[in-house]
Design a protein around this ligand. Structure first.
Ligand code: IMP
Ligand code: MG
Length: 178
């Protein structure tokens, strides 16, 4: 894929794919004989869920939840709205939430509290990226891809104003020179 000049690669396609396969292996070994549901958080996690699921050799189901934060575009306010709910109950199921990035953690905090009311057998958190420097609430992450510095990252599902989600790698946007 042609690189825009103001994009810098942070994790290459190969690095991302290697890490995704490793995480899938962990999820697989932790969920032998259990009814597993992968819950992807839209839109950012669509690519991660798709790649992850292909590496998990277990019977599983996949569902999605759409969340949006009522804050500014690039910062979570903690006030979250479900824009699209799960299609099936998760009662008694072993849920792995699949998220693109945990930044302040406020979105995940809301989702955890919400899913807990539906009586799943267990809930684990899988996130491709985490920005620990921005954390505002402690989120217990079970499966983590990479820890990133406080930079705005795009690609592999993550967007900036809906762009760059289709990049197969994770990059950092640099300020455009004019
Ligand atoms: P949190 O509630 O602050 O943890 O925000 C999480 C959500 O904000 C993520 O699911 C992303 O959609 C978005 N987000 C946070 N940081 C970035 C970033 O660096 N690039 C793209 N989206 C981000
Ligand atoms: Mg997201």
């Amino acid at each position: 894929m042609k690189l825009a000049e103001h994009l810098e690669v942070l994790y290459s396609r190969e690095a991302v794919q290697k890490r995704v396969a490793e995480i899938a292996a962990q999820i697989q070994s932790d969920h032998q004989g259990k009814e597993l549901v992968l819950v992807g958080v839209l839109k950012g996690a669509f690519m991660f869920v798709a790649d992850l699921a292909r590496h998990i050799d277990l019977p599983l189901s996949i569902d999605f939840v759409g969340l949006s934060s009522y804050g500014e575009a690039t910062e979570s306010s903690g006030v979250v709205k479900i824009t699209s709910d799960l299609t099936k109950p998760i009662e008694g199921k072993h849920v792995v939430i699949v998220e693109d990035i945990i930044d302040t953690g406020l979105t995940m905090r809301y989702l955890l509290d919400n899913l807990a009311t539906r009586r799943p057998a267990s809930v684990k958190i899988c996130t491709l990226l985490q920005k620990p420097s921005r954390s505002r609430t402690r989120i217990p992450i079970d499966y983590l891809g990479f820890t990133v510095p406080d930079l705005f990252v795009v690609g592999y599902g993550l967007d900036a104003g809906e762009r760059y989600r289709n990049l197969p790698f994770i990059g950092v946007l640099k300020p455009e020179k004019s």
